[in-house]
Write a protein that binds this ligand. Structure first.
Ligand code: NIG
Ligand code: FE
Length: 388
């Protein structure tokens, strides 16, 4: 698609300083030109979107979601409000509901969430399996993820998370072996990444090591749920294995953070989880930043710990609760998140990047952070095409 976006009051490309009074030219789905409106090339596409002074940013990259699930976890949520801590056990409730749903029903549910994400400016999304927990049920979820990619404008990265929790009635050793045996089929069914929920009460560092090493042998990229419930050594493992990302990290230590920085592991912050778990663990963002870890933001959209499809909401919490600056939070939600997925053509609007843009409802990105409960995104553009 070819498109000229003009009337941009403030443009954030993430590759250059913010530009006032700007325009963007997208040709064949890619950014062909960005610059001052006064210098718009004479042969710019005739298809024009005038955003009337709005701030425009790269489409958000949601680097961590569990978008495909059925059912709700109302009782668990209400119990948490009454003081019950989260231990990951509720995942099994969602597994039962997800196994009982058809592929078409799961796709319809996930596409509804994808539409909400798009309307909030997300244009690229990572989606994990993890609510199937048998080889067939997990592979079915990869099919649903592929359906979301085919039927929505979102760009999808699929992750195999067979190691989400040991399913009910299963011996853990045989389950870990089964997860490892399923890796080639998962790769063949579209998974590009492998993830493990490595935490207290779920998978151990040793089990995660075995699963991720095997995943790497099968050509999958590595991600890791780390230090969410307790500090178990998962972040250090992510550094040792050179994972692309370690995610959550509420209980990360400064030493872990230094190891992550040295190994180039991106730290994916999930502030809606911290809020939803009521854990009050907000200090890890500063620990990671001080150690020089590249930061990413994501929603972790899931029915247990973060029922949220909105990247702007994650940005707001990252600023207001975790202490990121507006600039750090927008970078984490775009460029940092893209780097956590090792994608170099999204998360910025440099020449040749995909023409994925979010048109904000304000003239400055800080206003979108300050305005709580409002509507942050006016229009979403994917590959030069208006999708919302
Ligand atoms: O990222 N931590 C593991 N998985 C999800 C929660 C999944 C659930 O509780 O259903 C998370 O928080
Ligand atoms: Fe998660």
């Amino acid at each position: 698609m070819n498109l000229t976006v003009r009337g941009i009051g403030r443009l954030l490309t993430m590759t250059e300083p913010a530009l006032p009074d700007a325009a963007v030219v997208v040709r064949e789905g890619r950014v062909a030109w960005t610059g001052p409106a006064a210098k718009l090339p004479p042969d710019a596409p005739e298809q024009v979107l005038d955003v009337e002074g709005a701030c425009v940013v790269p489409g958000f990259v949601d680097a961590h979601t569990h978008l495909v699930f059925a059912g709700v976890r109302r009782d668990e949520f209400v119990a948490r409000l009454a003081g019950q801590p989260y231990d990951g056990g509720g995942i099994r409730t969602t597994v039962a509901a997800t196994r009982a749903a058809s592929v078409e029903d799961l796709a319809a549910l996930a596409l509804g969430r994808a539409a909400t994400a798009l309307s909030n400016g997300t244009t690229t999304m990572e989606i994990k399996t993890g609510y199937g927990l048998t080889p067939d049920d997990e592979l079915r979820l990869l099919d649903v993820i592929a359906m979301v990619g085919a039927r929505s404008p979102l760009r999808i990265e699929a992750t195999y998370l067979g190691a989400h929790v040991v399913p009910e009635g299963r011996d853990r050793e045989s389950y870990v072996a089964e997860v490892i045996e399923t890796l080639p089929a998962a790769a063949a069914r579209g998974a590009r990444w492998c993830d493990v929920f490595c935490d207290r009460g779920v998978f151990t560092v040793d089990e995660a090591h075995r699963i991720l090493s095997a995943a790497r042998d099968h050509g999958l990229g590595l991600r890791l749920h780390a230090e969410e419930i307790a500090r178990t050594g998962a972040a250090a493992l992510a550094a040792e294995l050179g994972c692309a990302s370690a995610d959550h990290l509420e209980h990360v230590s400064a030493e872990d953070a230094r190891a992550m920085a040295a190994a180039g592991v991106v730290g994916v912050l999930l502030p809606t989880v911290t809020l939803s778990l009521r854990s009050q663990a907000w200090g890890h963002a500063a620990i990671l930043r001080d150690a020089g870890v590249q930061l990413a933001l994501a929603t972790d959209c899931n029915p247990g710990t973060s029922w949220c499809e909105s990247m702007p909401y994650a940005v707001q919490l990252a600023c207001l609760a975790m202490g990121l600056s507006v600039d750090e939070a927008f970078r984490a939600a775009t460029l940092g998140a893209a780097h956590s997925l090792r994608l170099d053509d999204v998360g910025h609007l440099g020449q040749g990047a995909r023409g994925d843009l979010a048109v904000l409802t304000a003239e400055h990105e800080a206003d979108v952070v300050a305005h709580l409960g409002g509507r942050p995104v006016l229009r979403t553009i994917v590959g030069g095409e208006l999708v919302n």
